[in-house]
Design a protein around this ligand. Structure first.
Ligand code: DON
Length: 555
């Protein structure tokens, strides 16, 4: 790959972001599991592009991290097609079944039945991952699904070796697996496991093979679709054939935020995070990074987070169903209004609503940059740990419990302690609001691709990653740095043990602190066009891996 030095020099003169005119010196990939990183690199070395690699990586992640994402789930892919200089958000978010309604999870007393919202097929939205693979392969990729799905099929058939993370997750969901015979492949005491110490997913291998041979639409029509619908209904769910037939992925325009001299490209609704990041950065103001008093800056940051999370609860939902005035909500003027009652000396109170402590579920992220400058940043999910815990018999497909991301009742907290309003109420065919935020940042001739799981904490992790990157931090520090979180309700600042804050001073302003276990699993790729350098890093809190492969051959 040739890189004219003059062009690089011009770019550094004008401080432009990495553009389609330059090419990386190789490719780079970070994902939450070494087997997925390996599969992605093999596809890239086999003539595939970043989009082919994204199919391979997401398919393998669904098999080797069955607790986090998969064919029974959905997610968002942020894509950049370098030849067309085109960036888009591929929305493969689950949709509510057509028979769903506002009060689906309310019991006779009008309370939310948490068990039905989280466990079994009634908790599952209509999955989008297979449709995303079909769309990526048809419009962006170069290789057939028979090639890109091959590593996932192999891992499902040969079995996934146990690791402590997988074992812990299996134990945590053991009770749900007991309810459904086909889910016993994940039960900690399953015979297959005790013999080989591997999780073998034979039915899933056959299902993936069917999609590879017949195309991704085989998930939504034909015999596989019929089995999915029949089994869901037999086990208390409400899917219909129309639900699967009508499912479509949507390409949406990403949200672009200009802050200082950076350009942040991120998700639009039905993810809340893009709108919230725009609000947070505008509330911080352009001079926030220049402030000399760290605790004053932290105070302003927490107050901005509080307001953004309250905004999320009030206004955000699926834009195909509710009016989300993006222009207004993400404007500087609106952010100024939100900060009108900001007091530099006192914490504002969120209000007295009760919200549950967030539980940590699972989800996954990967970032890929190929040698042509195409990139993918994707966050995919089945929501909670092992989703609904329901494996559809005969298919190996583990269904999500993403319906819990709707607001089941105004003011009632979900798995992540998030509350919502009418904008995120359940409606037939509607997409549930998300926090997932695959993101790209252009700054000083450098591009960073980042994202992470973490439910409601995704927004604050991505925000901190962006802030660190803008202060010159590399991939490694983005994934390792200690984290802080506030989501309005509960009205507390959560910090990881190593986070440095002057607690006493901030407590004196009225903030309440709680130190918790570390969270997140960020995967980052950084491309510096000025120094012609690639970097990638995987969060040490997880078990993932990151790799850069420099290509010298054609130079
Ligand atoms: O879409 C969302 O916001 C959630 N379903 C994501 C869940 C998640 O990140 C769990 N991770 N720990």
């Amino acid at each position: 790959m040739k890189r004219p030095p003059l062009l690089l020099c011009l770019l550094c003169l004008f401080g432009s972001p990495a553009t389609a005119d330059t090419s990386p010196p190789g490719h780079a990939l970070a994902s939450a599991h070494p087997a997925a990183t390996k599969a992605g690199l093999e596809v890239l070395n086999d003539g595939g592009n970043a989009f082919d690699a994204a199919i391979a990586v997401s398919a393998v992640l669904g098999v080797v991290e069955p607790y986090g994402s998969g064919l029974g789930g959905g997610g968002f892919f942020l894509l950049h097609d370098s030849a067309r200089n085109y960036t888009t958000m591929l929305d493969a978010r689950e949709r509510a079944p057509l028979a769903a309604h506002r009060d689906l999870y309310l019991d006779a007393d009008g309370n939310v039945d948490r068990d039905r919202a989280l466990n079994g097929p009634l908790a599952a939205g209509i999955p989008g991952i297979a449709a995303a693979w079909g769309h990526l392969a048809k419009h962006y990729g170069q290789l057939p699904l028979t090639r890109t799905l091959e590593p996932a099929i192999r891992h499902a058939r040969d079995g996934v070796p146990l690791n402590p993370k997988l074992e812990r997750a299996m134990t945590a969901r053991a009770e749900a697996f007991l309810r459904y015979p086909a889910s016993s492949i994940f039960a900690p005491d399953s015979p297959a496991l005790s013999s080989g110490k591997r999780v073998v997913q034979t039915d899933l291998a056959s299902t993936l093979n069917l999609l590879a041979e017949q195309g991704a639409q085989a998930f939504y029509r034909g015999s596989l679709a019929e089995t999915l619908v029949a089994e869901v209904r037999d086990n208390g769910g409400i899917w219909s054939r129309q639900d699967l037939e009508q499912y479509r992925v949507v390409e949406r325009e990403p949200i672009t935020i200009q802050w200082r001299d950076a350009e942040i490209v991120t998700v639009a609704p039905p993810s809340a995070t893009g709108v919230m990041l725009a609000q947070i950065f505008h509330m911080l103001g352009d001079d926030w990074l220049d402030g000399s008093d760290r605790d004053d800056r932290t105070h302003r940051l927490i107050e901005a987070l509080r307001r953004a999370y309250l905004e999320r609860a009030r206004h955000l939902g699926d834009p195909d169903y509710v009016d989300v005035p993006l222009q207004r909500l993400t404007s500087m003027e609106y952010a100024r209004k939100l900060m009108e009652d900001f007091d530099p000396e006192r914490a504002t109170r969120s209000n007295s609503l009760y919200a549950a402590e967030p539980e940590v579920g699972h989800t996954t992220h990967f970032s890929i940059l190929d040698r042509d400058g195409n990139w993918v940043s994707a966050t995919l999910s089945i929501n909670g740990l092992f989703g609904s815990g329901f494996v559809v018999p005969g298919t190996g497909v583990l269904l999500n419990n993403e319906m819990d991301d709707f607001s089941a009742k105004p003011g009632a907290p979900n798995l992540y302690g998030l509350v919502g309003s009418e904008a995120n109420a359940i409606a037939p065919g509607k997409r549930m609001l998300s926090s997932m935020a695959p993101t790209a940042v252009y700054h000083a001739n450098t591009l960073a691709l980042l994202g992470t799981p973490g439910g409601s904490r995704i927004t604050t992790m991505v925000m901190q990653g962006i802030l660190q990157f803008l202060q010159g931090a590399g991939a490694e520090s983005l994934v390792t740095s200690p984290r802080l979180h506030h989501q309005a309700l509960p009205d507390k600042v959560f910090t990881e043990p190593d986070m440095v804050v002057d607690r006493e001073r901030l407590e004196a302003k009225g903030h309440i602190f709680e130190v918790t276990e570390p969270w997140g699993n960020m995967q980052v790729v950084v491309w510096n066009t000025h120094e012609v350098r690639l970097d990638a890093a995987s969060d040490p809190r997880g078990i993932g891996s990151a790799k850069v492969e420099a290509l010298y051959a054609s130079d």
